[in-house]
Design a protein around this ligand. Structure first.
Ligand code: SF4
Ligand code: SF4
Length: 270
């Protein structure tokens, strides 16, 4: 059977504080268990995708397979969906399904995979030939923590408020006059300001604690909240706080201590 026709399950490891070896042991075992239980699917286990880039091993591995995908991740389904879009990891037919994981255990994830495979059976030759299991793929890649906005283009109304509002050069405009997150790493760590001025409720920061910002709520609900509560003033305050942080001169502790030592040595020689 041609494995290209197999539905693919992407298991996204959460960003974890656990010692690396413990986390890896757990997720390797979980991936193996799932692959063993469901031989008619391909399993890819990747690191926390929000920290990836378009050039990461993880995104390249996912892009390789264009068959229907089930994505199991700790992010809200809306944020995960548009993150996949950002990395060109989904498919035009939008058959992907995104499931938010609370417990990374075989008991919790097994039924989710089973349901997905009922609606996405193997295609092509795989429907008529016996299925032989494919080895699960485990991407072992170290990713540094990142913080940047994700845009839900279904909700975006193209007003370009975000482009004008952000003073840190994160956004630009594409050839269709849509906003694009051109320089994600220019985004100020922890700043969610532009999500509060977006009239479409389209901007998400998946790691923010507020459900309206993390993508847990649908865009229409978020847009209503923004309209009702006039969140723009608070957004400007947050943005200005981050501007102030940049403007403040940085003290270099290491250099200060070195200067102090040199002064003391000079005094000693006198
Ligand atoms: S502010 Fe929101 S709706 Fe307006 S262009 Fe930006 S993402 Fe789209
Ligand atoms: S959160 Fe702040 S820094 Fe990041 S894109 Fe929005 S306004 Fe710019």
């Amino acid at each position: 059977m041609e494995s290209a026709h197999l539905p693919t399950v992407v298991l996204v490891r959460p960003r974890t504080e656990s010692p690396l070896f413990e986390a890896h042991d757990h997720f390797r075992l979980l991936t193996d268990q799932l692959a063993e239980q469901f031989p008619n699917a391909r399993f890819i286990c990747v690191p926390f995708l929000y920290d990836a880039t378009g050039q990461s091993l993880a995104t390249a591995a996912i892009r390789q397979w264009t068959c229907p995908k089930l994505v199991l991740s700790s992010l809200s389904p809306r944020a995960a969906q548009w993150l996949f879009h950002e990395w060109d990891c989904d498919e035009p037919s939008r058959q992907d399904s995104f499931h938010q994981v609370e417990l990374y255990t075989i008991e919790s994830l097994g039924p989710v995979v089973e349901n997905f495979l009922k609606t996405h059976p193997p295609a092509g030759e795989a429907t008529t030939s016996p299925v032989s299991p494919v080895s699960p793929i485990y991407i072992d890649e170290t990713l540094l923590p990142r913080w940047y906005p994700i845009i839900d283009y279904d909700a975006c109304i193209g007003c370009l408020e975000c482009v004008n509002f952000c003073l840190f050069g994160v956004y630009t405009i594409d050839t269709q006059s849509r906003p694009v997150v051109e320089s994600p790493d220019a985004c100020r760590n922890g700043c969610p300001a532009c999500s509060r001025v977006c009239p479409g409720g389209a901007i998400m920061f998946p790691l923010h604690a507020d459900a309206a910002i993390s993508g847990q709520l649908d865009a229409l609900t978020v847009a209503r909240q923004i309209q009702e509560h006039d969140t723009a003033r608070r957004a400007r305050e947050i943005r200005n706080e981050h501007l102030d942080q940049i403007a403040q001169p940085k003290t270099n502790k290491a250099t200060d201590e070195l200067d102090q030592l040199i002064d003391e040595a000079d005094r000693f020689q006198e």
